[in-house]
Design a protein around this ligand. Structure first.
Ligand code: OOG
Length: 259
């Protein structure tokens, strides 16, 4: 096997083509050594391709913020991916799984930023930047065979991001995020349950980690951005032709119908 020097644009194109054709691709690291900064450069180049097609950046998603997820995927560091408007599913909307490879869903807490964030901040500072909180879900769809990857591979693949949605936003005052029950129901049957405490002990820690990653990347999380704090459970397969309800105690529920 020949080991290639990373060609960032070509690697981003490979992953973008896999996404758009709903076909898996081999792990990039099988043939190309990738360090973490180069993997993020591939991620960024993939988002630039989406922006060139008219999509706009509306937030970030945190990954591997829970032990369940780290154990499920065999990795051990917090990462992020970038969210565009085309990934957002309106609440109560329909998601066509036909364009996806092997989608999985996980329940999350989402933050809506009211102030810019970047760099090292305390959880209290993070809390002051939050304009809204909501129960949310993320649909993951790794572009790699069998959902198997190394940390640089999954970073390059935009942290497996495919789609996301959220229930209506709540005023953060009076919402206790520290230990809030989250469930995913498929056609009324619970298929995953967890607690927001699984997200780094408290989802606000995920927001401080997002600010840190933004600072490291030299970017700012803007007011109006959505930050998905990361899964509270392992991800479960997303079935077609189902009605899903993702509920958070005291936060209502997000709903989506799949085709
Ligand atoms: C990567 C994304 C992980 C989370 O919430 O931990 C993630 C994957 O598991 O495919 O989004």
């Amino acid at each position: 096997m020949t080991m290639n020097q990373p060609n960032i644009a070509a690697l981003a194109e490979t992953l973008d083509d896999a996404t758009r054709s709903a076909r898996t691709t081999a792990r990039l690291t099988d043939t190309t050594p990738l360090d973490i900064p180069t993997a993020y450069a591939v991620q960024r180049a993939g988002i630039d391709r989406r922006r060139a097609r008219g999509e706009s950046l509306i937030g970030v998603k945190m990954g591997f913020t829970s032990r369940a997820k780290m154990a499920q995927m065999g990795v051990d560091d917090v990462i992020w991916g970038l969210l565009t408007d085309a990934m957002l599913v309106e609440d109560g909307g329909v998601l066509d799984t036909g364009g996806l490879i092997h989608p999985r869903i996980e329940p999350e807490i989402a933050f809506l930023l009211g102030r810019p964030l970047s760099g090292r901040i305390s959880p209290a500072e993070a809390a002051r930047a939050v304009a809204g909180v909501a129960v949310a879900y993320e649909v993951l769809d790794s572009r790699y065979e069998d959902f198997r990857f190394t940390l640089p591979d999954v970073i390059a693949d935009n942290a497996s991001a495919a789609h996301f949605g959220n229930a209506p936003w709540h005023d953060p005052d009076g919402v206790h995020l520290g230990n809030l029950g989250l469930t995913v129901e498929v056609d009324g049957r619970p298929v995953a349950t967890g607690s927001s405490a699984a997200v780094l002990g408290h989802p606000l820690r995920s927001l401080t980690a997002a600010a840190r990653l933004a600072g490291d990347a030299g970017v700012v999380l803007e007011p109006g951005f959505v930050v998905l704090a990361g899964a509270a459970t392992a991800a479960v397969p997303l079935p077609a032709n189902a009605h899903l309800r993702i509920a958070g105690a005291g936060l209502g529920a997000a709903e989506v119908t799949t085709r």
